[in-house]
Design a protein. Sequence first.
Length: 79
Amino acid sequence: MRHEETEFLGGPLDGRALEVLVGMTGQPPKVYKVPVGETTYVYHRQAGVRGTHRTRWIFVYDPEGKPPPGPKWPWSKRS
């Protein structure tokens, strides 16, 4: 399995860069969940800007934990 260093912004992991498992295309998951006790922190993937961020991808903290906006296909369910 391949890992890539990814930067986290906001929430309890703010400013840290952690090794995240990437898929066959070299992209980390769109949503990264961090369970801590009874709470779960949710981060959403965004492309990192060269010069501003030190990694190719960044995860941005979502305090509400909503799914990322995207196309609403008739065969996919959104919570």
